[in-house]
Ligand binder design. Sequence first.
Ligand code: GRF
Length: 196
Amino acid sequence: MKRVAILISGGGSNMVRLVEDMIGDHPARPVLVLANNPSAGGLAKAAAMGIATAVVDHRDFKGDREGFEKALISAIDPFEPDILALAGFMRILTPVFVGHYAERMINIHPSLLPKYRGLHTHARALEAGDDEAGCTVHEVTAELDDGPILGQARVPVKAGDTPDTLSARVLVQEHKLYPMALRRFASGDKSPILLG
Ligand code: GRF
């Protein structure tokens, strides 16, 4: 049974779906939900689902990225995770942290990678006049939003879309794709899932 730690920064809607899926014959179980923000709404949701929670506030480590990541590792490793799932985690991680969890860290990114690495992905897709958008689950490597792809889901861009309307349409697919991708990754299958 693989042990999964989930890292969040905000509402944790993806985390909730991951936890809800890890029941029954699923090859993994959640062991920790950690936030870099003490007011992350996802912390209360995780606690309500009976999952251990932790906070490492990045603001306590201003300018000390190394210290922040050491504190993250100290908070995470006692739970002995086999997999780290980044779910709306909004801090950039250095190759030191990524290396510590090499081959066992995954992330969901709200674009069809390799398009639109980084932030403001929906606004960028709209500005480019793309006729489709979507989300990607990928293994985390030292390069930002660049690891092997484990799954993608596509949605149409519609006339009159704003970043908010497009984000909402993509989020529905994130909630389908991420649990499927985590289940497959936890079973040792790295073949990519393609939805939509
Ligand atoms: C989502 O748009 C996701 O693509 C990105 O963070 C946003 C919030 O996710 N990674 P959540 O609701 O906190 O899971």
